[in-house]
Design a protein around this ligand. Structure first.
Ligand SMILES: *Cc1c(COP(=O)(O)O)cnc(C)c1O
Length: 380
């Protein structure tokens, strides 16, 4: 079997391209000619399928070790389509440290339409067992979680979910298939915000659902073609181009993040660094078992809101912006941005206070990034 960094460039399922092209052409066509009155054509209409999208989907499916992958216009479009799978009744157990948009979907769209949710701390798989109900349809996990970097044992949660006949869904945005392959660990469906590491350049939005079983993929494709939030051909091209460099980008981002996490930890202004690569991180043993790298994300709590604001004001290389996973280093103030919609008491319980910052480490030189943080911290 080919190794992961090779598959990023040369997926084995890749089709031979017209004219010997190396990059998949952008088939900017809404509709396709039928070859005969009763013959089925491979492509009919781009909401259902498009050759550029098909090439991308097959690449992502192979990278995650899935039977099928479906590309959506955004990560939230993928998640919203996924929720249709549960129709309008049933119970879902979800992590309590989720991406803000996912929480908004579950609380304000899925709950009013009939689904019931329990939110639990996913650091212990046993918390999931305690909440199982006869109609539990799925367990929804983000690991590492956003933004406090909690780690979930995917295999352990899969076993508990399956014992109750529920599906395990894992949002794999933070580590990407290069560092973590949830389907191999027991998950049934993987969710991606392709906007992040898979795209990798902060220049387009995308989302994916990757599934292990054909039967689930058929249902999801039915919903996907009906909802119609599919990824446009040009964006498919950008995603495919991004994925070709996923391995080199992530190796560099992970190496940079490790260096920066260790540096931040020594600073007197920094009270706590949230980084899954620290041997004293509570999920370290699980991470070593289920991942092949620690990724490029870290968060920290500093000594005062003034320090947090000073950093945001003073950084020059790091840019104060939402999102993550791209080649440019970004710093986020979750309280005001990604998690602004989370009720205050819950936000504070999770440690997301006015001293909390999240970093997405890019591919710049690590020493320059450290120098940038030093000058920001020491700025008067
Ligand atoms: C960004 C993000 C999403 C949502 O994806 P969009 O592409 O912005 O719609 C979902 N989950 C995680 C973990 C994310 O970081």
């Amino acid at each position: 079997m080919l190794r992961k960094d090779t598959i990023c460039v040369h997926p084995s399922r890749c089709q031979k391209l017209p004219y010997g092209a190396i990059a998949t052409p952008i088939f900017q066509s809404a509709t396709f000619v039928h070859e005969g009155v009763e013959t089925e054509s491979l492509y009919s209409y781009s909401r259902l399928q498009n050759p550029t999208r098909a090439a991308l989907e097959s690449r992502v499916a192979e990278m995650e070790g899935g039977e099928d992958a479906i590309a959506f216009a955004t990560g939230m479009a993928a998640e919203t389509t996924l929720m249709n799978l549960f129709e309008s009744s049933g119970h879902i157990i979800a992590g309590d440290d989720l991406y803000g948009g996912t929480l908004r979907l579950f609380r304000h769209i899925s709950t009013p339409s009939g689904l019931r949710f329990d939110f639990v701390n996913m650091e212990s798989a046993e918390n999931v067992r305690e909440k199982l109900k006869p109609d539990t349809k799925a367990v929804y996990v983000e690991t590492p979680s956003n933004p406090t970097m909690q780690v979930t044992d995917i295999g352990a949660v899969a076993e508990i979910a399956h014992s109750a006949g529920a599906l395990l869904i894992v949002d794999n945005t933070f580590l990407s298939p290069y560092f973590q392959r949830p389907l191999e660990l027991g998950a049934d469906i993987v969710v991606h915000s392709g906007t992040k590491y898979l795209c990798g350049h902060n220049d387009t939005l995308a989302g994916f659902l990757v599934v292990k079983k054909k039967e689930i993929s058929e249902k999801l494709r039915y919903h996907a073609k009906t909802v119609g939030a599919c990824l446009a051909p040009f964006d498919c091209f950008l995603l495919e181009r991004g994925i070709k460099t996923l391995a080199v980008r992530l190796d560099k981002q992970a190496a940079n993040a490790e260096k920066i996490a260790n540096w931040l930890r020594q600073r007197p202004e920094v009270k706590k660094v949230y980084y899954i690569g620290f041997p004293d991180h509570p999920g370290y043993a699980v991470t070593k078992r289920q991942c092949t790298g620690f990724g490029g994300m870290l968060s920290m709590e500093v000594d005062s809101p003034e320090t947090a604001r000073k950093i945001l004001r003073s950084v020059k290389l790091f840019q104060y912006a939402e999102s993550l996973g791209g080649v440019d280093s970004l710093v986020t103030y979750p309280m005001c941005q990604t998690h602004a919609d989370v009720p205050e008491d819950e936000r504070l319980r999770r440690g997301i206070n006015d001293r909390f910052l999240r970093f997405s480490i890019g591919i710049e030189n690590a020493d320059d990034l450290i120098e940038d943080l030093r000058q920001a911290l020491e700025n008067k």
